[in-house]
Design a protein around this ligand. Structure first.
Ligand SMILES: *[C@@H]1O[C@H](CO)[C@@H](O)[C@H](O)[C@H]1NC(C)=O
Ligand SMILES: *[C@@H]1O[C@H](CO)[C@@H](O)[C@H](O)[C@H]1NC(C)=O
Ligand SMILES: *[C@@H]1O[C@H](CO)[C@@H](O)[C@H](O)[C@H]1NC(C)=O
Ligand SMILES: *[C@@H]1O[C@H](CO)[C@@H](O)[C@H](O)[C@H]1NC(C)=O
Ligand SMILES: *[C@@H]1O[C@H](CO)[C@@H](O)[C@H](O)[C@H]1NC(C)=O
Length: 633
């Protein structure tokens, strides 16, 4: 084979495999430059190969007897030998075989001009698809984007995040009205609930609007703004109170990781986020209170890192909010957010540096600003200022649960430290103290669950890049686990929700069977009922690995279920109303939590867990008004 043919064939095969991988599996950043470079080699070598290859090939060389007059000399059956019989060496040739399939599928040069052209065009088309995926999205700057999204909604206020760069539309007003259940008094009129006077580029033209809710009861409200955005939101039940909507069910959705156009389809909008369409389909049936999004809302570094300035990071957020797939999953749903690495850089584990501040600027304006309240500080703080001024983690209570949304990136020690290092921390000393205080704080009688949002998995069963998960921070993890089991003794079940792995894993963390050595004969410090559960579901729209990476070893992290496949996954958590049985007090009842996993829009797995019954008496509980005050900040 000619050298140029060999080059053309090899580069074709790699272009095809790499493009397929990039477009249909994972937007691996090194692929586009590779494909473009290979195409630059492939096309000329294709032409050269085509030119240099004769269209005929030699079949065999033989000595042939050529008898010019053989036919004429044939008389009857006899053939007369003649003098001009000649013996020469001759070459048999035939047209080179076309190998059409090999040419079309693998892009080997072919003697057929048409086939070769098709093969070369296929390579060009693949490179164009790759370029389309990388560059069309980047061309959408979203500078003019106007949108409104629903942030944190409590029983008394709803928070909206508004972006409006067009000063002609300002000031803008927000109006709301009750729509379900309809009030008896028939006051279905729109009420002006607040407004935004101006926006500027210090916040990328965003503003947060806090809307006080007019009714004490739990309602669904309609909202609309003077710049022509509208939707619905659902007020939350008060802390410890039963929801009055959806038959008393308290439901929310949790997932993480979304990236546009995975897998790629050339017909999609440049900002399409394909996986979210499954959520959009299921959402209306769920009666969800909110979306707990566990990070990787943007992928600043995928498929190409365009820049590390504030404006580069801001553009990534605008691109998500400008996606045609955004409205269907957010017009009527509150979204609250946790920070993860791809909002900064892959596997981020540095302390705060330059790039961190550029990354956190739009995270603050677009996400943190409309998030739940900052978590209370461990020492309680003052009544007016319960959180640390610079905290970046959030906490709230509503209905049957209290929530803590961890920041696992901003205070992290380097991932490179040994996993059992005692000085290694994922949360930082202050956040850890505030989080442990949250876990230890007794809850009002109606709250049976503490839900912890962690961007990275708590289990160490994920064997690939474990050091980026809690598996790399085992000393701190153990301290937290013990506080979680202690919470169980107070009658509060702990559930961890995480994402990041583009896989699903449900894991149980049972307390050790016996305190200290097995021979001490002492009673276990914790009963089995206080076991902690983790549900890690992702991505909402991203690649998955067909090769499994979650394996149980030992008995500290017990595998309940593991599924790696699926480009779109989300979990739906429903806390069911307490049983109506008379006689037992609210304190004595246990609560049932149902977890449902959806993959590509289909429910594929579910499980149900019970909150533990209190073992430490209610004496640890604060007076009711204090619990209420702190619970509902
Ligand atoms: C805001 O816009 C002004 C004027 O165009 C510019 O000078 C300034 O740098 C911008 N600020 C930010 C934070 O982008
Ligand atoms: C408001 O939005 C609707 C569709 O959502 C559109 O038909 C209408 O023209 C818009 N009105 C204005 C004033 O922009
Ligand atoms: C509450 O949730 C459970 C579990 O999903 C479901 O079976 C039940 O129908 C729901 N109740 C209402 C009123 O939606
Ligand atoms: C949101 O609710 C409104 C009614 O207020 C409805 O017209 C609209 O279709 C809903 N949007 C989505 C995406 O479900
Ligand atoms: C708050 O700021 C102080 C001083 O800059 C720092 O030591 C601390 O780690 C920060 N804490 C949080 C939770 O941000």
């Amino acid at each position: 084979m000619l050298v140029q043919t060999r080059i053309a064939a090899t580069t074709s095969v790699i272009i095809r495999l790499a493009s397929y991988f990039f477009l249909r599996w994972a937007l691996f950043p090194p692929v586009p430059p590779l494909v473009f470079a290979l195409l630059a080699i492939n096309l000329p070598s294709f032409v050269l190969s085509h030119r240099a290859t004769p269209t005929f090939e030699i079949v065999k060389e033989v000595d042939v007897v050529v008898t010019d007059a053989a036919v004429e000399d044939k008389v009857g059956d006899a053939v007369f030998e003649e003098e001009d019989v000649d013996i020469t060496s001759s070459v048999f040739v035939r047209p080179r075989p076309l190998h059409a399939l090999r040419t079309l599928l693998l892009g080997f040069p072919s003697p057929s001009k048409l086939l070769s052209l098709l093969a070369a065009l296929t390579n060009i088309l693949l490179a164009l698809f790759v370029a389309d995926r990388v560059y069309s999205e980047h061309a959408m700057t979203g500078q003019d984007l106007s949108f409104v999204r629903i942030g944190y909604v409590s029983d008394t206020t709803a928070r909206f995040l508004i972006r409006e760069p067009d000063q002609a539309k300002l000031p803008l007003t927000m109006e709301i009205r009750v729509c379900d259940p309809r009030p008896l008094s028939d006051t279905l009129d729109w009420e002006v609930a607040g407004g935004v006077r101006w926006t500027d580029n210090t916040t990328d033209y965003t503003a947060v609007l806090n809307v006080p809710l007019p009714s004490k009861r739990q309602h669904v409200y309609e909202w609309r703004t003077s710049n022509n955005h509208s939707g619905e939101f659902t007020a939350a039940p008060g802390a410890g109170q039963s929801p009055t909507l959806h038959g008393g069910n308290f439901t929310f959705v949790a997932t993480s990781c979304m990236l546009s156009r995975v897998p790629y389809d050339p017909r999609d909008h440049p900002l399409a986020i394909t996986g979210t369409r499954h959520l959009a389909k299921v959402l209306p049936t769920l009666g969800a209170q909110f979306m707990l999004f566990l990070g990787d809302f943007i992928y600043v570094d995928v498929p190409r890192w365009w820049g590390k300035s504030v404006s580069d990071y801001r553009q990534k957020y605008r691109q998500v909010y400008a996606s045609p797939d955004w409205q269907p999953i957010a017009q009527n749903l509150s979204w609250i957010h946790v920070l993860d690495d791809h909002e900064i850089a892959n596997d981020w584990s540095e302390r705060q540096t330059g790039i961190y501040h550029a990354a956190v600027d739009p995270y603050d304006h677009y996400h943190a600003a409309a998030n739940p309240p900052l978590a209370r500080r461990a020492d309680g703080g003052s009544l007016l200022r319960g959180a640390r001024a610079n905290a970046t983690y959030f906490s709230f209570s509503q209905g049957p649960a209290s929530f803590f949304m961890l920041d696992t990136r901003s205070y992290r020690s380097s991932n490179k430290l040994p996993f059992d290092s005692t000085s290694k921390t994922m949360l930082g000393a202050e956040q850890l103290a505030d989080f442990l205080a949250f876990l230890r704080r007794p809850e009002p009688p109606g709250i049976k669950w503490k839900i912890v949002a962690s961007s990275v998995p708590f289990t160490k069963n994920w064997r690939v890049n474990t050091r980026d998960t809690w598996g790399g921070f085992l000393v701190e993890r153990q301290i937290i686990l013990e506080a979680m089991w202690d919470a169980g003794l107070q009658g509060t079940g702990v559930v961890i929700l995480s994402g990041d792995r583009h896989e699903f894993g449900a894991t149980k963390f049972p307390p050790p069977a016996v305190d200290g050595s097995a021979t001490s004969g002492k009673q276990a410090r914790w009963p089995p009922s206080v076991a902690v559960h983790e549900f890690s579901a992702s991505p909402l729209s991203q690649f998955y690995s067909p090769v499994p990476s979650y394996f149980q070893s030992g008995d500290s992290d017990v595998k309940l279920k593991y599924i790696n496949r699926g480009n779109s996954k989300f979990g739906v958590v429903t806390i069911l109303p307490l049983a109506e049985d008379v006689g037992s007090s609210v304190e004595a009842k246990s609560s049932q939590l149902l977890y449902r996993l959806y993959i590509n829009g289909e429910q594929v797995w579910d499980t149900s867990i019970e909150s533990p019954r209190a073992i430490q008496g209610p004496k640890a509980r604060p007076p009711f008004f204090l619990g209420k005050l702190f619970g509902q900040r």
